[in-house]
Design a protein around this ligand. Structure first.
Ligand SMILES: Cc1cc2nc3c(=O)[nH]c(=O)nc-3n(C[C@H](O)[C@H](O)[C@H](O)COP(=O)(O)O)c2cc1C
Length: 254
């Protein structure tokens, strides 16, 4: 298999970078082809903007979607965007490694999606969800939070971390990926002293071991369920008997 790892962390000695390395080694040892896209090392510009587009369809007003499609169709996308798209198209699996920042993904990862998941190329109305360009490929989110597992639980103070990552998971599904249940590690933070620091070291060592074991069982990894296109009416409303997979898409009274 071809594995694409995307790392969104500014520090090479971080826990997230360590996890990304664990992922790389784990797949390499089993004879797979692995590419690591380290967004900070590449100095990836997460801002979608007119300056990326040299052959504008409309030089007067910048419309990101239209320019993305125009440049895709003419094979004139910015070289970085095109290279990242090629890596996505070649990969069988995508694994995103990132810390949980302000209840979501770091800006560099959000911006990567803004710029790389181009309209007309990676999605359009006839190519999305189960008919998406990335169908048949799998994607996994591996993320760490400073807060405890209890605080990040559905009834926890900070809210359900899995659901807070739903927009990232749904975006991957939108372009066709099968999305695996995210692997979340909690209580990852610096600034601890003596006993607490030692306890955290032990906990994180255990967490790495658990992750290493789990990634060996890739084929058994549970999938996130999303609604299928047939679950919606022509006006894109959930049909009365359709299943519900998240509080973001639910049945309403009227
Ligand atoms: C800008 C920023 C925002 C953060 N927001 C959150 C947050 O919303 N929830 C949380 O639990 N931890 C938050 N944290 C803590 C990070 O999740 C934590 O530092 C990280 O997971 C540790 O992994 P690392 O060692 O790889 O950086 C935040 C940290 C930073 C720097």
């Amino acid at each position: 298999m071809r594995i694409l790892i995307v790392l969104a962390h500014p520090e090479k000695k971080s826990f997230n970078a360590h996890l990304a390395e664990i992922t790389r080694q784990s797949w390499m040892e089993r004879g797979h082809e692995v590419t690591v896209l380290d967004l900070y090392t590449e100095d990836f510009d997460p801002r979608e903007g007119s300056w990326h587009y040299e052959h504008r369809q409309d030089a007067d007003k910048f419309d990101p979607m239209q320019e993305q499609r125009h440049h895709w169709q003419r094979q004139q996308l910015p070289p970085t965007t095109q290279r990242h798209i090629n890596l996505l198209l070649q990969a069988d699996a995508l694994i995103l490694h990132f810390p949980f920042w302000w209840f979501g993904a770091p800006a560099i990862l959000k911006g990567w999606m803004d710029r790389v998941f181009v309209y007309g190329g990676l999605y359009q109305s006839s190519k999305r969800h189960q008919n998406g360009v990335m169908r048949g490929k799998r994607a996994l989110l591996v993320s760490t939070a400073g807060a405890s597992a209890q605080a990040c639980a559905p009834n926890g103070r900070d809210g359900d971390m899995r659901l807070l990552l739903w927009p990232v998971m749904y975006s991957l599904h939108y372009i066709g990926f099968e999305v695996l249940e995210p692997h979340l590690i909690h209580g990852v933070r610096g600034g601890l002293f003596a006993d607490q620091a030692e306890q955290q070291r032990d906990e994180l060592k255990r967490a790495v071991g658990d992750y290493q074991a789990k990634i060996q069982q890739w084929g058994d990894w549970p999938l996130v369920s999303f609604n299928r296109d047939e679950d919606f009416t022509e006006s894109q409303v959930l049909k009365p008997q359709a299943p519900v997979h998240s509080p973001f898409v639910r049945h309403c009274e009227s």
